[in-house]
Ligand binder design. Structure first.
Ligand code: FES
Length: 159
């Protein structure tokens, strides 16, 4: 219980700093939620409640924005986030095999986080670099022309 109180205090302190730097205008909601992701890793119910009070917005509106955009999450994410492109142009040049290699290496399905919280595995639509498909993002690092045997080696670069 004490840990929970501390966690909530830390969350509220982080929100205070973020709101101070962005202001409380409704147009800042997405930048603020993005900053929350960077700072806290996900948008918890405490975050939604605090932002609702400070920005004079309904919790339901904040929650629906938080669940709409893939860059935002209401669930905790792992230390590293993989976004694998599952759109057709990547699919036809070997995307399926890369997907299988990722599932095998991570031992999870898309949308899940590993039990050690090291990896979150997400799929995404076209990343705009179809010419080098199949592609994936690991955090902000882009990998293209992927071959299944490269996957364990790429993942091993991340601590
Ligand atoms: S379809 Fe994968 S990057 Fe465009």
């Amino acid at each position: 219980m004490e840990n929970q109180v501390r966690a909530d205090e830390d969350t509220i302190a982080a929100i205070t700093a973020i709101v101070e730097s962005h202001g409380t205008s409704r147009s800042e909601l997405i930048p603020i939620l993005k900053a929350v992701m960077d700072e806290l890793g996900f948008i918890s119910p405490v975050v939604v409640k605090e932002l609702s009070a400070r920005m004079q917005l309904p919790c339901s509106e904040i929650q629906s924005v938080a669940t709409f955009y893939r860059m935002l999450s209401t669930q905790p994410r792992g230390k590293h986030v993989i976004q694998f492109c599952e759109s057709a142009p990547c699919h036809v040049v070997g995307g399926r095999q890369i997907m299988e290699a990722l599932k095998k290496a991570l031992d999870i399905e898309p949308g899940e986080t590993t039990s050690d919280n090291r990896w979150t595995f997400l799929t995404t639509s076209c990343l705009g670099v179809c010419g080098i498909g199949p592609v994936m993002l690991v955090d902000t690092d882009l990998y293209g022309n992927l071959e299944p045997e490269q996957i364990p080696h790429i993942l091993s670069r991340y601590d």
